[in-house]
Design a protein. Structure first.
Lengths: 522, 522
């Protein structure tokens, strides 16, 4: 999964207020809308209660077959599948398809795309409810020399938390995904049938930003729309045992802006001597002025006309959830972990969490031009480039946002600046009241001391495919713990030390069993 | 010599106008002063006439000893003296000192500085006039594999222009400098005495930006002030035979601006996830806004209060010289050679040359921050850095310019942005009417078809040490041709093909003989 994705909720603060969204569309003095919370009601996951079902026959089967289940995960981990390098991709896609067939899926096939293939699977249990599984079978690249155990050896390693399975993909995402299928297999082995139908729509390009996942959805769209929800198996516990559920993500547009000398001015071929600035336009200053024109002087308010239009104010549910986050978190801890001394404008509490979750951003991820080495070199560069992104809360359409930026540039003397779109998708939101999320919270309450429900993260993931396009609830879900995604020594905790508040492999699989039954019973 | 230095005059255009400098100090809507030419008088170097003296006995001596003179140059070129790598520096300084003693200088000594040593020499001819020689004994680094003849072999190579001497330093600057000393030696050998006294003040750090040259001047300042002028031996002919004299340079300030997260906001330790932009100040946008605040939206007018104050309008002499440049040059050729389609604001002719030579600039030489690789990475960088320079015409003091920038940043919310000064020195100007320049033009007229006299170049060199500090005229001077300074296959033309309009070594040395007599006779 992408980094933006392993990132957990930031707006973890403390206070309450009252609600409104005020729009200002005066380009000359744009102000950010003020978003307020006007309820004192505080969400607590305990209101859902614990999932009461018990499936001891299946739990016993899992305990008895745990060694084999671990081998299943290791088999996946020992098959490299690095999407960025096209290493082992087809082999892994076929391994996933074959495992689905072996488990008893009636349909399992590779799905051609313009990139790496997807994998489709369907298990018809003749059940009333259908659960969609979003899976990714690709992993990040590795630098093997940085690992204490080889990244594709998938060996058990002793760690201070207990026995861990160390490998690229151990937690991101093969470990929890194969654990889920182990649970599915166990139900079928013991009961002969699943309580819900399953649809698998897996991709091999998540680490590339899911560029062709929409093509996979295309093929099964009408069938997928009938699902009751989608989950993404995930080790969502923290070392303290608490379980975090994330119900929404912001959208994002990511683009490059590039200024070059052209017929209107500036050096067109290459850098020229810096003294010519007296007679020659500077593409670097042109880009700087263009970016500067998009924000207030402090860089924190987007002054592009209408950019804040359409922000959907937090509904009652979101306000109550935000109050829940505010009641149990401390933003000083978040600031300390980031190395940030103060939020912008000195925001705190409810003001900070609403800003984080409901405001679009404009951020410069990188900029470069000219001479960047030691000492002095006096040149007038012929080009300058910047990477920018804008995070979009619900209500702001990515295509409209891109168009407003283009219009703004055109209207302010920057029509010659090239805008290269690199990514664009909207926010996604799932309701805490959806049966899938209610089932997930109930199961979470059964296995952990505390479930925190975050209405949204400030980061982005293309979950709109599920929530907006297919119109179904979607939640990453799972107990268990892992770390090291995108880093050396990635692992998933398999057998925690006895005093640990975190689940091991057996409990993880049992909780997935419970989730399927809990959903069936909703 | 530095690149800024080998660069020749750009403002080579066509037209006339009328003069004024209008200052605007309204920071809100600053306009660049309008500088106009209000005379139709056109300078022509032919008005000076040719130097009439003839020194056949010395010329014959040069012709008879030319092989030995070439060996003298080769001896210098075969001694590497790369200042940036401290390679052969002391050996070259001692070689220069020893050559001065061998020629008959009564004083010749190394001058300690905080960097590489200088070399001082004095030849007392008991003459009325004294000429200062500015010499540099260091050279640029080399990539030997790029050379057709090894850079320190100093071999004669056949070239389409004739026989050339190929080596690092051949034209920049050992070749013309040792040719000058060959001429001096020849006069002494034939006449027993020089027509002028000579003061040598050489440095070994020109390629580093002359950071310690002021320390060399310090030691001999009172004596140097008595000189009648300074020359820098230079192969100033173009392949078409024309000789270009440059009478002035702009000053420069070069500095880095750096924004970092700090107690006031932004990430202080390292980049953070880009989605935090909703709550965290961006040092990149902070730097962009700071730089943007310094110029008009088109990047071409400096809106820092008072930045244009003090510009000295072109005097009568400069106007006449500019008209001379305008009459003989074509700015379309310059634009084509640079790959620039249009000067800023569509300037042409007199408007362009006055802008080039009399207006300060603000230029971004480089800028960098965050992620600059392929694809997308969503980060909020903790720092951003830019390199800027400002070229300063006569009348603008570099210390005041730096202070105005600092004050502007402080007054506009950018007090936390660090400003790192890297270079700062004022413009330098020599009058065409000074006896040294009149002598140089007369000698130029004797040996070439056309001498063009440029009142100033838009580039910078620290010649204020001569013109402003010592108060003496200074001009880089010499016939002959060379190229490849700072590049592979640097050479100086020694024996041009018969039809060539460019001087070879013998003529170069004869012209230096003439220059010394011409100056003595002024």
């Amino acid at each position: 999964m992408n980094k933006r994705w392993t990132f957990l909720l930031a707006g973890v603060l403390a206070a309450c207020g009252d609600v409104t969204v005020e729009h200002s569309v005066d380009a000359a003095a744009v102000e950010r809308p003020k978003i307020r919370i006007d309820t004192d009601e505080v969400y607590s996951a305990t209101s859902v209660g614990q999932y009461k079902g018990s499936h001891d026959d299946i739990y016993r089967h899992i305990d008895a077959n745990l060694d084999g289940h671990l081998v299943n995960i290791q088999r996946w981990l020992r098959q490299p599948s690095i999407s960025a390098q096209n290493t082992g991709i087809r082999e892994m896609a076929e391994l996933l398809r074959d495992d689905l067939l072996a488990i008893g899926f009636q349909e399992a096939e590779l799905v051609p795309t313009d990139g790496h293939p997807g994998v489709w699977g369907y298990y018809d249990a003749g059940a009333e409810k259908t659960l969609m599984l979003y899976l990714m079978y690709d992993v990040q690249p590795v630098d093997p020399e940085d690992w204490q155990s080889p990244p594709f050896a998938a060996e058990l390693v002793e760690h201070e938390l207990g026995t861990v399975l160390m490998a690229r993909g151990a937690t991101n995402q093969k470990g929890p995904q194969r654990a889920f299928l182990n649970a599915v297999q166990s139900i079928i082995d013991v009961r002969g049938e699943l309580p819900v139908n399953l649809m698998v729509a897996a991709e091999g390009e998540e680490e590339l930003g899911s560029p062709h996942y929409p093509q996979i959805i295309d093929r099964y769209e009408e069938r997928l729309k009938a699902a009751d929800g989608a989950i993404f198996p995930f080790n969502s516990q923290r070392p303290d045992g608490s379980l975090s559920l994330l119900l929404g993500v912001k959208g994002i547009i990511y683009f490059e802006l590039e200024a070059r000398g052209n017929a209107g001015g500036g050096p067109t071929r290459a850098e020229i001597h810096g003294s010519y600035k007296a007679l020659v336009d500077s593409p670097v200053l042109h880009l700087i002025q263009a970016i500067a024109s998009m924000t207030s002087k402090d860089g924190n308010t987007i002054v592009i006309p209408g950019y804040y239009d359409g922000i959907r104010p937090p509904n009652e549910e979101e306000q109550v959830l935000m109050n829940g986050v505010l009641a149990t978190s401390n933003d000083d801890d978040v600031k300390a972990s980031l190395g940030v001394d103060t939020w912008l404008d000195g925001l705190t509490g409810a003001d900070a969490i609403t800003e984080l979750l409901f405001m679009p951003t404009l951020n410069v991820d990188g900029i470069w031009a000219g001479y960047t080495g030691e000492g002095t070199k006096t040149i007038l560069p012929h080009m300058a480039t910047a990477k920018l992104d804008s995070r979009l809360p619900p209500g702001i359409d990515p295509e409209e946002a891109l168009q407003k930026i283009r219009n703004h540039l055109d209207a302010n003397g920057f029509a010659d600046i090239e805008m290269r779109r690199m990514s664009a998708y909207p926010a996604a939101q799932t309701s805490v009241n959806s049966p899938l999320v209610q089932a997930a919270i109930g199961v979470g309450n059964k296995y952990t001391e505390r479930v925190s429900v975050n209405p949204r993260i400030a980061g982005s993931a293309p979950f709109y495919q599920f929530t907006e396009r297919l119109g179904i609830p979607m939640v990453p879900f799972g107990i268990g713990y892992g770390t090291g995604a995108h880093a050396p020594n990635e692992f998933m905790l398999i057998e925690p030390k006895p005093e640990s508040p975190v689940a091991g492999l057996a409990e993880i699989e049992k909780s997935y069993v419970d989730l399927l039954y809990a959903l069936a019973e909703k």
